[in-house]
Design a protein around this ligand. Structure first.
Ligand SMILES: Nc1ncnc2c1ncn2[C@@H]1O[C@H](COP(=O)(O)OP(=O)(O)O)[C@@H](O)[C@H]1O
Ligand SMILES: [Mg+2]
Length: 355
């Protein structure tokens, strides 16, 4: 270690998506992990907070947010919607960064936008590239590719290129949904996260408001048959070779895994999930196959449903920047697989450097 220059990690967090607060919590955990006794001999961290309006803060201020010295929303006072400001990186010293670690959940981050921007810096980054990130974020395209590969998933219907402001269009779509599905159905924006904009609809009268709720977030909408499921998740890390973690199950008290239950400490995470070893093997295989299909690497969390009545495995989605808070599934899965959070963040950097 002596004589070896420490690698400077550029941790990017916050962002303008509806998962801003989750991103701050994730970044706090990762920041602490890089500052652990072992990792601080190998790494230094520069942090870059992006506020909800897209303004970037310099590293000193951003670190103050991470260590709780200043509140992130104190910034509200001085932020302005500066639409003409194209050079939003002005004053941000990122030249010393060796490896980027974007921890932005949701749109303008996890969807490949930040990956595209960082590509201009010609520095490696932790996680997938533009393509895998964009596909992992877009539920419609993700499902289309999985269908093509015959990967098992719930039945679904894509609603796009339709103007939901038009009453006739809305009525037509509602008829289409009723014709195709039995209730309940799930209505989802194609691009979102943390269950935001998603509704479980149990009867026809609720369809319209559910469609409008999804439409507010994304004008491309997915309708899915609603099944009674267990929720099973698997972590992925790696580059040319992908490794799978132990498999975990999340149990919650609510009817489905909505926003409130996702960030509720009463959820029960069971690792390893109590499932048959044959199912566990299949889940790991599908996790790798699906990441490969979407060009996802670095790290990701692949989420499955296990239908309660049939024990059938159904792929739900891939999260390319999974939650990294202290009680998030992704770090817990890897802890159970032999990598504590300090080892995990260091490993992710090594993967991004192909070491
Ligand atoms: N087809 C479905 N059947 C049963 N539950 C579902 C279905 N789709 C979504 N859910 C519930 O909604 C949650 C969020 O849906 P998901 O598609 O994973 O969105 P997000 O990307 O916001 O996490 C799931 O974890 C699950 O609890
Ligand atoms: Mg999900």
């Amino acid at each position: 270690m002596i004589g070896k220059k420490k690698k400077c990690i550029g941790l990017i967090f916050g962002g303008s998506s509806n998962e801003h607060e989750v991103s701050i919590s994730s970044a706090k955990t990762v920041f602490q992990a890089f500052n652990s006794k072992i990792n601080s001999q190998l790494f230094t961290v520069k942090a870059f907070y992006i506020d909800k309006y897209g303004n970037w803060l310099d590293s000193d201020l951003s670190i103050k947010i991470l260590i709780g010295e200043i509140e992130s929303d104190n910034r509200k006072k001085c932020t302005i919607f500066n639409q003409e400001k194209i050079n939003f990186l002005e004053g941000i010293e990122f030249q010393n960064v060796d490896i980027w670690f974007p921890l932005l959940h949701g749109f303008n981050g996890e969807d490949g936008s930040i990956h595209g921007l960082l590509k201009f810096t010609k520095k490696p980054l932790v996680g997938s590239g533009i393509l895998g990130s964009a596909l992992g974020m877009d539920k419609i395209l993700m499902k289309t590719i999985f269908s093509y590969l015959k990967i098992p998933q719930v039945n679904y219907l894509v609603l796009q290129n339709q103007d939901l402001n038009d009453k006739e269009v809305k009525n037509k779509l509602i008829l289409e949904i009723i014709k195709k599905f039995k209730f309940p159905v799930f209505i989802k924006p194609s691009n979102s996260g943390s269950s935001l904009g998603i509704s479980k609809v149990v009867e026809e009268s609720e369809l319209l408001s559910a469609l409008e709720k999804a439409w507010e977030i994304d004008q491309r909408i997915l309708v899915e048959e609603g099944l009674e499921v267990r929720e099973i998740e698997c972590g992925i890390i790696g580059n040319s070779k992908l490794l799978t973690s132990e498999i975990g199950e999340v149990k919650y008290q609510t009817e489905w895994y909505d926003y409130d239950s996702k960030y509720n400490l009463n959820n029960k995470i069971i690792i390893p999930a109590e499932i048959d070893s044959k199912i566990s093997k299949q889940i790991k295989e599908i996790a790798i196959q699906s990441c490969r299909a979407l060009n996802i690497f670095g790290f990701a969390r692949v989420d499955f449903f296990l239908e309660k009545s049939s024990n059938k495995i159904l792929l739900n989605e891939i999260n390319t920047i999974p939650g990294f808070t202290s009680n998030s599934m992704f770090p817990m899965l890897w802890r159970a697989s032999g990598l504590n959070i300090e080892q995990l963040v260091a490993k992710l950097v090594n993967i991004s450097l192909d070491l």
